[in-house]
Design a protein. Structure first.
Length: 461
């Protein structure tokens, strides 16, 4: 593919430059789209058994190189080694689950009152653009790509410039497993390349995981040609701890969930809401838990917290911490440190309380290791506070009374609500956001349907 610009990723821990990547130019984009269109006329969309076998073989190849891929993830994202291993395992599971679904008949038929027949057929939507973020680049690609391949689309993958290398490695394994070259292509570049792919009249759908601002830009581009969007965007996930819950277990889970990917993850726990009578106790528990979570070299198997992705992220997060010092109370954390002398942008996890619900600290996606502790007087107040942001990706509710917890979960405006748990995601269960957290669903049977067109074929008999 021809190119005009070099993309320069950097190791977030060491700040060493990684191999530069050539960005696609207009000619390369046009050639890639043309190949993806041609692939939809070949055998790939029709051969269910082949797709099932290829997806399973791809999973096996990733499993065989899991250590290498995990090391790439640590180097390119700064995530801890243990988290990288979980990402690879989740990616393998997505491929294996969807390999079985590739052979699932999705249509249905019925007889109508006049003696005629109606067939509802689900067909692959066509060439699809996959725009992936840097934070979970392998899992978030295969989470969407596996169901899309199960139904037979062709794919144009536009990864974050920071994670092109690991994306290329995984895609090359897909080609080795039997995915045709024109069915699966990587098109490197920045936002301009993603925009050109989405606006191209021959691409049929786009799936993006990214910030709400990035999703809005994609949605505007998609409107030009009515490209079908799947948007999983920013979040402000809350944990509502009811008075009867196991407070220590809930807060331990919140502490872990607040620092996943250094808080740079759309489903990270960003807010904890406890009953006002438990606020002081909760503050003590969370302060101690976060103080024990020290930033470390992400290559260390015991590390739980790595660096922020870069200087812009550091500037953004420290700006919110300055606001917390002025308008709320910074209980602990928020200090820049350099474990083992590493020059990367490491921050100790921060706990903030005495914050107004209207504050940007509550209303905006900070995308860093910063946790808000808030209180409520009644369960109804807690639900209202949980729903008081424009986001709706994920939430959690804790209670020893399961029936009560489920009742509260029904009131929370989020695409996923965990009861007495956090960050429990499965290939079988659809995920996606409400409100400013996105459109559409991926994973599960709904993930298959997302990448199909529904056609009615009527038979006059």
């Amino acid at each position: 593919m021809t190119s005009t610009e070099l993309l320069q990723p950097v190791d977030p821990s060491t700040l060493a430059e990684l191999p530069a990547v050539a960005s696609a130019d207009a000619g390369g984009i046009e050639a890639a789209v043309a190949a993806a269109v041609a692939a939809m006329s070949g055998s790939w969309p029709r051969d269910h058994r082949r797709r099932a076998a290829v997806l399973y073989a791809w999973a096996d190849l990733i499993a065989a190189e899991s250590d290498v891929i995990a090391a790439d993830l640590v180097r390119e994202t700064g995530k801890p080694a243990a988290e990288a291993a979980l990402e690879v395992a989740g990616s393998i599971d997505a491929l294996r689950y969807n390999s079985g679904l590739a052979r699932l008949p999705l249509g249905r038929a019925t007889s109508l009152h006049d003696g005629s027949e109606a067939h509802l057929v689900r067909e692959p939507v066509g060439p699809t653009v996959f725009i992936t973020p840097w934070n979970w680049p392998v899992l978030l690609l295969l989470r969407d790509l596996a169901p899309a391949f199960a139904v037979g689309v062709s794919a144009l993958v536009k990864p974050s410039p920071q994670t092109v290398h690991v994306t290329n490695r995984v895609v090359e394994l897909g080609h080795r497993a039997g995915v045709p070259l024109d069915v699966l292509q990587v098109v490197p570049g920045g936002a301009d390349v993603g925009s050109a792919l989405v606006r191209h009249p021959d691409t049929a759908a786009v799936a993006i995981t990214g910030s709400t601002a990035a999703g809005q830009a994609v949605l505007r581009d998609a409107a030009e040609t009515m490209t079908r969007p799947l948007l999983e965007l920013g979040g402000k996930a809350s944990m509502l701890v009811l008075p009867d819950a196991d407070l220590e277990a809930a807060l331990a889970a919140a502490g872990r969930a607040a620092v996943i990917t250094s808080g740079q993850m759309c489903m990270a726990c960003t807010r904890v809401l406890v009953h006002e009578d438990q606020l002081a106790q909760a503050e003590k528990i969370l302060r101690e838990a976060l103080a024990r979570t020290a930033p470390a070299d992400p290559r260390d198997p015991a590390a739980a917290l790595g660096p922020l992705i870069g200087p812009a992220a550091l500037e953004k997060v420290t700006g919110y911490l300055d606001l917390a010092r002025r308008d709320a109370r910074l209980v602990t954390g928020g200090e820049e440190v350099h474990p083992d002398g590493l020059p990367g942008h490491f921050l100790t996890p921060a706990l903030v309380t005495d914050v107004e619900v209207t504050s940007p600290l509550v209303q905006e996606d900070i995308f860093g290791p910063v946790l808000m502790l808030e209180s409520y007087a009644t369960t109804e107040d807690g639900v209202q506070l949980s729903n008081a942001t424009p986001f709706g990706l994920a939430a959690s509710v804790w209670s020893r009374d399961t029936a009560r917890a489920v009742s509260v979960a029904r009131e929370l405006k989020a695409g996923t609500v965990w009861v007495n748990g956090y960050n429990r995601s499965y290939a079988e269960m659809p995920s996606g956001g409400m409100r400013m957290s996105g459109l559409g669903r991926t994973r599960g049977l709904e993930g298959l349907e997302q990448f199909t067109e529904l056609k009615h074929i009527h038979l006059s008999l």
